[in-house]
Every structure is written in structure tokens, then in C-alpha cells.
Design a protein around this ligand. Structure first.
Ligand code: PSV
Ligand code: MN
Length: 430
């Protein structure tokens, strides 16, 4: 496996930090032991955790107003994979990349697979894009794609998804995520039922074309770019469609795709209960689909989501195997740094959820002790698990402090010398 940051640099970084880390780790170990928790077993679970990096997240995102690209950002899938490999080398919990087509299409996808192999990376769900028109495209998606009134447009959108599956097969993916921007901007513009029927008719063709070991992930989103209605606007419509399609169709939860204050952890619980949880697009938000860095605004919500996930994991719920992916737009930071920080925050939420005393929690729940049940959750949430995260990385030959190590490597400045100058201006991905 090719390493893009020298192993010597990482071990020098680690040597300067390991002594202090051992002290912090031992102190935390003593605290956890007093609660009957073995720190080593938590650390080994942390070492198993993985969250995929979105290929599109390795570049600067943007808003519909502007995009401010950074020097040395990746310009194609090969460079995106290189950045993803650096992220994984340092954080050690992002071994997979989720590609987006046609953004990541190249003539010979085998070259992409070989490049990923060489860098020690695998692929997660492939994503189709029928929310933009491409230069060589025959029909426009201006008024929709899979649910368009014109069967020709629907057929074109279906065809694109089938091509994505073919590309994904070459990459070794086993799932495709459909996020469909179709909707309406004016009351009366679309017939809600007929639009959803057309969507289902199209997705059935895609579902039928799935290889046996593949899953179809349906990603809902309340609004944007359609501002009055969206065809798959919430988890209700998503799960109804997934049920209509079959067992291998499931609902994907992007944390930013709900109304403010919606109880997302409860949605997660419901989807788990009915074996319909596909996985996640992790990000954070304050107002809408802000695509901010995971854990930067509402880390407690992320913890509550992981409370449900760890509960299902520990109960070994049948069919529970969610795909964890990040989906963020990095507008003012180095995307690699944001992705490292976000992967760490998602892992932090997972590790904190592992500390919940589930026996005690269930005792308080059964005894209607609302206050103590809440304190039980809080006492896990309030533990600073940073030493566990650092130790997990150290034991996997990653960096104890990934962002510090990344900065000292001068990786970005080095690649900026050979990579094409980024294009300035215009709106970006939202
Ligand atoms: C839509 O907002 C979304 O969350 C979907 O996952 C897209 O594939 C992604 O963002 C990229 O724009
Ligand atoms: Mn998403």
C-alpha cells in the first residue's frame, strides 16, 4: 500500500505525543474501570469503526452564491482518491470512498479501481446525479428526472442509474444511492400522486437491475432545489417507496435533510425496527441542509443517533448493517482537514454511545424514572473519550493528532505545485 505521507513523519509526530497520551489514557481507563467498563475493549471497538468519505467532499463545495476554491484541491477522481488516502492514513477510520457520477466518470473505471487498490482504499455506495444537466446530455432535467412527465426524460435518468451500477460493479461497490431533486416550485405545478407513481415506476426498473448482492438506498430531502415540494421529501415517503420496491431497498438518512428540530434519532430507531435503515450521510446543520462539519453544531444529536445505533448493534438486530458516510460542503476550510475532523467527531459519538450503561438505562425506563434515565445518557455523553480516539489511531499507525500532523506534512502545498489551478467563481455544490 502506497503511503502519501511518510511513515517517518507520522511516527515522529506520534513519538512527541505518546507519553502524554499514555497518561491521559490510563487516567481515563481508571475512570471507566470504576464504572465497570474495560477501556481496552472500547478501544478495540473504536478501531473497527469506519465512515466513508464522499469523493465530492474532498474539493471545496460552495453555496449558490460563490465558491472559493483552495490551492491544490483535487481536480479529478485520481487526485480525490489521493486526498482520501491521506485522510485515511492519518485518521485510520475512513477506508472507503463514495463516488458520484458523472463527476467521477473516466473512460476506464478499472484504472480508478487500481489507483484505489494501490492507495489501500475501497468504495462505498455509488451516487447517481440526475439533478444537473451534463454538456452532452440529450434531454434536460429542468423539470425533473425519474419522475418527469416525459417518458423520454425518465428513461434517460433510469439509463444513467444503470450506468452507475455498471461503474460501481467495476469499483467493487455494493449499493447505489438515489437522491432525486424532482419537485415543484409552485402549488399546483405538479400532481403529487402521479409524480410519485412515475418516480416509483422508474425506481422499480433500477431495483430490478441490481446485482444480487446490491442494495438501493433512497435519500429523502425536504426541500432544495425545489422549494414548494420534493417528490421524496421525508423519511415517510422514502420508507413507503422502499417497502414498495422490496427488501433490498432502504432509506438513507442525511442529517441535514429534515425540518428544524425534527427528532432524527427517533426516525433512525423506526427505520432500524423495520429493517429499513440504509445508512447515513453525516453532516451538521443549524438552519437547513447546511452541510456543515459533523459535530460542529449539535454533537449531542449525533450522540443520540449513535445511542440508537449502538443499541441495535448490541442487540444484534437482524439485518442491521448501516453504511456510514460523510456528506458535507467545505466552504472555508481545507476539505481534508474538515473530513478528518468530521470522521473523528462521528467516531467520538460512537465511542461515547458505547459507554452508555444500557442495563441501568433500561431499569430507569421500566421504572419511569425520567430524570435518572436522562442522567444515565448524559453521564456517558460527558466523558471526554479523546484519549481512546487517539490511542485507536496510534495503534493502527495513524496520527495521534491528524490535523496537526497533516499541517506539518505540507501535503497541500506540495500537491498544489503539480495540480491544475482551481477554477474560481460560480455557484458550487449545495
Ligand atoms: C443533496 O443535497 C445531497 O445530500 C445528495 O446526497 C447529493 O448526492 C449530495 O448532496 C451532493 O450534492
Ligand atoms: Mn446527502
Amino acid at each position: 500500500m502506497r503511503r502519501l505521507i511518510s511513515a517517518e513523519l507520522v511516527s515522529e509526530h506520534n513519538e512527541s505525543k505518546i507519553e502524554g497520551l499514555r497518561e491521559e489514557y490510563d487516567a481515563l481507563g481508571a475512570l471507566l474501570s470504576s464504572r465497570g467498563i474495560d477501556i481496552e475493549s472500547v478501544t478495540s471497538q473504536a478501531k473497527e469503526f469506519a465512515v466513508a468519505v464522499p469523493s465530492w467532499g474532498t474539493g471545496t463545495g460552495g453555496t449558490r452564491f460563490a465558491r472559493f476554491p483552495g490551492e491544490g484541491e483535487p481536480g479529478n477522481i485520481f487526485e480525490k482518491l489521493e486526498d482520501a488516502a491521506v485522510i485515511n492514513q492519518l485518521v485510520t477510520c475512513t477506508p472507503k470512498v463514495s463516488p458520484h457520477f458523472p463527476w467521477d466518470s473516466v473512460e476506464d473505471m478499472k484504472e480508478v479501481r487500481n489507483h484505489a487498490d494501490d492507495l489501500g482504499l475501497l468504495f462505498d455506495a455509488v451516487n447517481s446525479n440526475t439533478f444537473q444537466d451534463q454538456p452532452d446530455q440529450k434531454l434536460s432535467y429542468k423539470f425533473g428526472s425519474l419522475s418527469h412527465v416525459d417518458p423520454g426524460v425518465r428513461a434517460q435518468a433510469v439509463e444513467h442509474n444503470l450506468e452507475c451500477i455498471e461503474q460501481g460493479k467495476i469499483l467493487g461497490s455494493t449499493s447505489i444511492t438515489l437522491w432525486v431533486a424532482d419537485g415543484s416550485n409552485f402549488p399546483g405545478q405538479s400532481h403529487f400522486q402521479r409524480q410519485l407513481e412515475r418516480y416509483l415506476e422508474s425506481t422499480k426498473i433500477i431495483y430490478e437491475a441490481l446485482p444480487d448482492d446490491w442494495q438501493l438506498f433512497l435519500e429523502h430531502k425536504m426541500f432544495e432545489p425545489a422549494f414548494y415540494s420534493t417528490v421524496v421529501q421525508d423519511w415517510g415517503t422514502s420508507v413507503l417507496c422502499a417497502m414498495e420496491l422490496g427488501d433490498r431497498a432502504r432509506s438513507l438518512v442525511d442529517l441535514g435533510h429534515h425540518a428544524p428540530n425534527v427528532n432524527i434519532e427517533m426516525i433512525v430507531s423506526r427505520l432500524i425496527q423495520f429493517k429499513k435503515l440504509a445508512g447515513f450521510h453525516f453532516n451538521d446543520s443549524k438552519y437547513g441542509d447546511d452541510d456543515l462539519d459533523s459535530g460542529s453544531i449539535n454533537p449531542f444529536q449525533l450522540f443520540l443517533v449513535f445511542n440508537e445505533l449502538v443499541d441495535a448493534e448490541q442487540l444484534q438486530r437482524d439485518g442491521f448493517d448501516p453504511a456510514y458516510m460523510l456528506d458535507q460542503s467545505h466552504n472555508v476550510t481545507d476539505p481534508a482537514e474538515s473530513l478528518m475532523s468530521s470522521a473523528n467527531e462521528v467516531l467520538r459519538a460512537y465511542v461515547k454511545a458505547l459507554l452508555i450503561d444500557r442495563k441501568a438505562l433500561s431499569h430507569f425506563q421500566e421504572g419511569n424514572d425520567a430524570l435518572m434515565a436522562n442522567q444515565c445518557l448524559k453521564s456517558a455523553y460527558e466523558v471526554d473519550v479523546t484519549p481512546i480516539l487517539k490511542m485507536a489511531r496510534y495503534q493502527k499507525e495513524g496520527a495521534i493528532e491528524p490535523i496537526t500532523c497533516f499541517r506539518s506534512s505540507m501535503y497541500r502545498a506540495n500537491v498544489a505545485r503539480t495540480r491544475a489551478q482551481p477554477k474560481v467563481g460560480g455557484g458550487g455544490i449545495v
